[in-house]
Ligand binder design. Sequence first.
Ligand code: TLP
Length: 344
Amino acid sequence: MAKISDFRSDTVTRPTPNMRKAMAEAVVGDDVLGDDPTVQELEALAAETMGKEAALFVPSGTMGNSVSVKVWTRELEEVIIEERSHIYNMESTHMTFISRVTPRPLPSRRGAMDPDEVERNIRKPSVHIPRTSLICVENTHNNWSGALVPMENLRAIREIADRHEIRIHFDGARIFNASVASGIPVKEYAAIGDSLMFCLSKGLSAPAGSLLVGNKDFIDYGRRVRKALGGGLRQVGVLAAPGIVALSEMTDRLKEDHDRAKKLASSISELPGIELNPENIDTNIIIFGFNHPKLTIPVFLEQLKKREILALATRGGIRFVTHKDINDEDVEKAIEAFRQLLAS
Ligand code: TLP
């Protein structure tokens, strides 16, 4: 059987042989009772890597973001958030559903909100008006085609947050992609946020899990919120063990994914129907508009599927993501399929 080239997301990555081995050999205990040494090792490694006091292992990125918003906010408060962000668009409305706060979405330049506009939108409470208590940032920015948000922009927003005594939560699901693309250490990104969430289960290829990092009080309260949301797991060292492998062995190779995404983007950008500036591809996500005289998006995706190439329709276009289980041959196969299908 021909290999399926699965470009739908970096979440489809399978665990490596070293991860499988680590899972089989993990020393475990009941983590809700604080007894799992492998989870403790992963949390210590995560806190150390990000330069924060403490860390919490959570089942998913969505739960990490939900816990963070819940810890930093109260009812009758508001959260400033970029309008295409994952938290606002793709996490089933947990801001209102769990935290009971209103999002205040702001536009951006490829994920970078204008700091002056952020400041103008900070609201002091009155009988009519909620208090702004949190700003959320995201880097790399998924729905902006994996854009790298500039460090100067994040620092400017941090400065405003400090001036107004507002917290920042950083959705760093792909923070290692950001670090590899920019050369800026993850600790510097983590310093922007009072809390940061990052995922083990995307480009780093672990089967599940994300980490929250922050100060000890944030993590202690976050642990209680995680339990309340049903995220306290028992012998979960079997999932923390591949997470340790992910952090120790899988971060440097992300550059390969970025190079392949750039190759794919520059090879297809001139083809009829493709609306894509390859210069906007900073990391491993390619989102392009599709406007072909003969093919619709669903028909094009179906044609690709017949050639064992999977991708996703996304708002306004199509998304291709490169990752560990996509190699040069998959990229060549996709380029060839684009050429044949779009020329015809
Ligand atoms: N993103 C997923 C889907 O939800 C679209 C993907 O395939 O890219 N923050 C960011 C920036 C994310 O991209 C994601 C997942 C999450 C948070 C949530 O992580 P999970 O899926 O672990 O809940």
